[in-house]
Design a protein around this ligand. Sequence first.
Ligand code: PMP
Length: 357
Amino acid sequence: MKDSIIHLVRSNIKNLKPYQSARRIGGNGNIWLNANECPIPSLFRTNIESFNRYPECQPKNLILSYSEYVGLLSNQILVTRGADEGIELLIKAFCNPEKDAIICCPPTYDMYALNAKISNVEIKEIPTFKNTWKIDLENIQRNLNKVKLIYICNPNNPTGNIILRKDIINLLKITLGCALVVIDEAYIEFSSENSMVSCLKNYPHLIILRTLSKAFSLAGIRCGFTLANKEIIDILNKVISPYPIATIVADIAIQSLSKNAIKIMKDRVLKLNLNRNWLINELKQISLVKKIYNSHANYVLVKFHMFEKIFQKLWEKGIILRNQHHKMHLKECLRISIGSHVECSRFIEEIKILSKL
Ligand code: PMP
C-alpha cells in the first residue's frame, strides 16, 4: 500500500513475535490451567469514589505494607505494573542497545529475552542442564563479556525447580562488580524458604522480582515489586513512568498485604501445594505420563506420550493447558497450573479416559 507506515518501524520490531500470553492464545475454557493464576479469588472492596487526581508514582502506604511483609526498608522497594514491568525497567535502565547483553537460562520465562529483543539488546542464552535444570555456572562465567543483567527464575517457570542457593551465591560472587543478578521470585510464596531476600544486605548487585499475581491471587490488578539496594531502586525510579500504579490498584494491593489477608494467602498456598501433590500422585498412575518434573510452584511440568492429542482433546473439553513442546529441552511437555481440587479432579478424570482409548 502506498501510504503504509511499515518502513518507519524499527527493524527489530518489524518481525517481532509478541509474547504468547495465555490470554492471547485464548481458548473456550471453563477450567483454566494455563496461566499459573490462582483458582481461588481473593475478595476485596474499594471505598474510593473519586478518580480526578493522579496517584502517587510510588504509593507510600503500599511500599510500607510490602516492606513489612518482606522485611526490607522502604527505599529497597519499587512498586511496578506487575513483575513484567520490573523486567522491562531493568533493561531500560542498564542496557545500551546494540552494545550490552543479558544472560537468560532457558527453558525459562520468555519475557527476559523478549524485552531484550524489543530494546535491541543481545541475548546470551546459557541453557540449564537438561532434567536437573541446574544453572551452568562455568558457561555463564565464560560469557560475561558485555553482560549487564543475568535473569534467573526461582522457582523456574515452566520447569518448577528451585535453583540451589549455593549456585545463586556462587553466581553473585562471580558477577560482583561486573553484572547485576536478577532473581525472579514470582512464585516464591509456594516455596518461601528458598527466597534470596536475606542476601540483599550482602550483595549490592542482587535484584529480586515479586508479584501479587500468583499466591496473592491478584493477577487482574497488575501489581509487582522490585527489591534491591537503594542505589538500584533510585536508578529505576528515574525510568519508571510518572503514574504506573492506578489508585484502585494501590488500594486493593494494600488490603491484600494486611495481616489477615496474608494469613489467608498462606492458607491458600498450603491448599494449592496439597492439590499439586495430589495431582502428581494421580499422574504417576497414568500410562500416558512419561515424566513428571518435581515442582516447587503452582504448576507442574509433565512429559506425555501423545502430548498433542492430550492437549487438543482437553482443549476441546474446555480444559486449557500450556503447551511447552516448542521450548528447549521440553519436547512433549505440557505445563499444568494447579487449579482447585475440583478442577484437578476433572483434569485427571479426562486424562484417565484418554489413557484408556
Ligand atoms: N515472572 C514469571 C516467572 C512469571 O511466570 C510471570 C507471569 N507469567 C511474571 C514474572 C509476570 O508476573 P506479573 O503478573 O506480576 O507481571
